[in-house]
Design a protein around this ligand. Structure first.
Ligand code: ARG
Ligand code: ZN
Length: 472
């Protein structure tokens, strides 16, 4: 029973009145960061979001993004105020229908609701804004990219602050409704299922998308431009939505289609290793304007460069593996990035074996041999790479070797049992590397701390490839 419930029963002793006074005066502003050592300002303290309704208008000609985001949340402590992570120019904020005052400073929208918000209270936060997102940079960086025919909000570890206010950290997931109105002739693609278009009064059209499973803020994306959008149904009955930018080179486009159109087949293959696909829809987006790929929930996005030399199903296997490793089970803090990239990279080894292009063991040996002992590659720790090396090649390649080392140590049966039970146990949540190691020890009955110490937390090239030959 909560303290407040006890007090309302009515035995208002002097002691309980004192306690009441104590809790009231303890109300403070929520912390400006959620406590991630790599990104001290990421996320915020004091509340937990359950849903974002992001309702926007975008005019590509002058990069004007305007609209309203409505956030449904709960206070997790007594609050005199709270922060949202946001860089755009705000015109109004309301909290539970009351006008709140606010100020913006370096990526933080600081909200003062004027009345104290009690722990456990439901919050409805309405933020209205209008800005040119590409002009807003924090430390010289902007995650909003204008393209020849539109714009992209796609990045990791974050893109959200450039298009909607949020508690921007993977430990606070929520469901989403995203809709963007754009001039006719453009398409808008986002996560989840397509909820249809609505004609607007001004010759614009609103595109609506809905995600009903918990989704991290950085995995929520929008792509605006001229796209060929294909609405199909995957063999498992789920919506399968792909979108190909019309401003990309047509040869690349065919190679992209020959890769991304195989997503349901690849998802089905991955289910064999990881268990049931955790989300309600599948798909992919291919676009120029980014030189990376990102595992946006239900709709991974690929820069066209991945298909410049022909079809590439490895990147599709990699991004879709992230739907389990990263999207369903997210990093508790960004230091745990190996839990995402190590396993997504290992999925490429598994796919290689499946399509007959080399076993996982051969891939592991090849990867180990690729980097000489004196390469800086071996100086980056996949288990704690640092914010500036979060996406270093070592997190991927040495990260995959760490996964293979586990497989060799525990054997196939225990290995796949470890993966499946972990993903089931942590579904829609977040996790640390230490929790994974403990789980692997528990399932296999083997001590594994030393193995992970070697592959994730020790500088230098280990003496031999996992299950393979001594190095040079
Ligand atoms: N998680 C992505 C991938 O490996 C990496 C994104 C890196 N981010 C970036 N802005 N380059 O699939
Ligand atoms: Zn990845």
């Amino acid at each position: 029973m909560s303290l407040r419930a006890k007090l309302t029963i009515g035995t208002a002793t002097a002691a309980s009145l004192l306690l009441l006074a104590g809790t009231a005066s303890a109300a403070t502003p929520g912390a400006p960061g959620i406590g991630d050592p790599y990104y001290p300002n990421a996320g915020n303290g004091g509340y937990d979001v359950s849903h974002y309704d992001v309702r926007l208008n975008y005019r590509p000609s002058d990069d004007n993004l305007s609209g309203t985001t409505t956030i449904t949340a709960k206070a997790t402590q007594d609050l005199t105020g709270f922060n949202l992570d946001f860089v755009l120019n705000v015109s109004s904020v309301r909290v539970n229908n009351r006008v709140a005052s606010f100020k913006t400073e370096k990526g933080e929208l600081v909200v003062d609701p004027k009345a104290t918000l009690r722990k456990g209270a439901d919050l409805t936060i309405v933020v209205t804004y209008s800005d040119a997102p590409s002009k807003r940079s924090v430390d010289g960086y902007t995650a909003w990219r204008r393209t020849a025919d539109g714009a992209l909000a796609i990045d990791e570890p974050d893109a959200a602050p450039w298009w909607y206010p949020s508690n921007n950290h993977p430990t606070d997931k929520a469901t989403f409704d995203v809709s963007v109105s754009v001039p006719d002739g453009l398409e808008v693609v986002s996560n989840g299922t397509f909820a249809g278009t609505v004609k607007q009064i001004n010759g614009w059209t609103r595109w609506r998308w809905r995600s009903v499973k918990p989704q991290a803020t950085y995995l929520t994306f929008v792509a605006i431009g001229q796209f060929e959008v294909r609405h199909q149904v995957a063999p498992n009955g789920q919506p399968f939505v792909t979108a190909y930018s019309l401003s990309s080179d047509s040869a690349d486009d065919e190679a992209a289609k020959a890769s991304v159109e195989r997503t349901p087949e690849i998802v089905e293959f991955l289910e064999g290793s990881f268990g049931p696909y955790p989300f309600e829809a599948q798909g992919g987006v291919v676009t120029p304007g980014i030189n990376f790929a990102l595992e946006n929930q239900t709709r991974s996005t690929y820069g066209t460069a991945f298909f410049r030399r022909g079809a590439n199903t490895y990147v599709v296997a990699h991004e879709n593996a992230h739907q389990w490793w990263g999207d369903s089970v997210s990093v508790h803090a960004w230091r745990n990035i190996w839990l995402n990239e190590g396993f997504a990279s290992y999925a490429e080894f598994l796919w290689s074996e499946y399509i007959g292009e080399g076993t996982a063991q051969e891939n592991a040996q090849f990867t180990y041999d690729l980097y000489p002992a004196d390469s800086p590659f071996w100086q980056v720790l996949p288990g704690d790479p640092g914010a500036d090396k979060q996406f270093d090649g070592a997190v991927y390649d040495r990260g995959a070797l760490a996964v293979h080392a586990l497989r060799v140590a525990v054997g196939d049966q225990h290995f796949f049992e470890i993966l499946k039970t972990w993903l089931a146990k942590k579904k829609y949540g977040d996790a640390t590397i230490e929790e994974f190691v403990a789980h692997a020890e528990k399932i296999s009955g083997k001590p594994l701390v030393e193995l992970f110490q070697t592959w994730l937390f020790t500088k230098g090239k280990p003496a031999a490839a996992p299950g393979g030959q001594v190095g040079i």
